[in-house]
Design a protein around this ligand. Structure first.
Ligand code: DGL
Length: 262
């Protein structure tokens, strides 16, 4: 059985790459719901419905564990999927997200104030604020929706993305770390580093999610032993456009992406 990775688009490939780095032997199935991108501007019920559909697809295609690489889906749909949907219909399947591991990482390198950048939906859910406060109620959190970044990246326009980051970061004051709370933002982490004061730690999911999954599998042999290890990778999207191969190839070189109807 495989490791399934779900994102609204191609950004989740960045996290997948960190899985491949740490856990290269396993078999993977990636699904990016590009037809419905962006999730970040959708109402919650739609994100939930699309996330469940993606989970169903990945389970039907032999995934034993599914990671929501998408921050928006993790913010809006993960709790329901983990606590209600999966226990009821697929009790042998595990679904994980990116929010809690990211919060743990941010708290480890931040004492006073954490900045969060993400899509509109993730910011409006206040999930990062809630999860940070659960661990340390004294840490201040400043959240900022940065919705123009995903379209710029998906269109391979990194000049625009750079200037957007320059502008967005002006809103933050006195933060000691910043969470890049969106699958796509690791591609811009150098821009964030460039435009933020040097003391600000940039928390980028590509740098630790692989290690976190490795630890998780180590601690859960009941899942790990069911996973096959033929280093097979399949990358599927619900709709392809002319930029995708170029954008995806910047993340995982030589990648082949197929369109699938789900
Ligand atoms: N994958 C989404 C996230 O991480 C960003 C793209 C979108 O809005 O769908 O929040």
């Amino acid at each position: 059985m495989k490791i399934g990775v779900f994102d609204s688009g191609l950004g989740g490939l960045i996290i997948t790459k960190s899985f491949l780095r740490e856990l290269g032997d396993y078999d993977y199935l990636y699904f990016g719901d590009t037809k419905n991108l962006p999730y970040g501007d959708k109402i919650s019920s739609e994100v939930l419905m699309l996330s469940i559909r993606a989970v169903e697809f990945l389970i039907k295609n032999n995934c034993k564990i599914i990671i929501f690489a998408c921050n928006t889906a993790s913010s809006i749909a993960l709790r329901y999927v983990q606590q209600i949907y999966i226990p009821q219909y697929y009790p042998n399947i595990k679904v994980l997200g990116v929010i809690v591991p990211t919060v743990e990482e941010a708290i480890a390198s931040s004492k006073k104030k954490i900045g969060v950048t993400a899509t509109n939906s993730t910011i409006n859910s206040h999930i990062y604020n809630i999860e940070i406060k659960k661990i340390n109620p004294d840490i201040k959190v400043q959240e900022l929706a940065t919705p123009k970044l995903v379209p710029a990246i998906e269109n391979d326009d990194f000049i625009l993305a750079d200037s957007l980051v320059q502008d967005y970061v002006k809103s933050f004051s006195n933060i000691d770390s910043i969470i890049l709370g969106c699958t796509h933002y690791p591609l811009l982490k150098e821009c964030f580093r460039k435009y933020l004061p040097e003391k600000v730690q940039v928390i980028s999911q590509d740098e630790f999610m692989g290690e976190k999954l490795k630890k998780y599998l180590h601690n859960h042999p009941e899942i790990e032993t069911k996973l096959t290890k033929n280093a097979e990778r399949e990358f599927l999207v619900s709709q392809k456009n002319k930029y995708y191969e170029a954008v995806a190839g910047k993340i995982i070189s030589g990648i082949k992406i197929k369109e699938v109807k789900i």
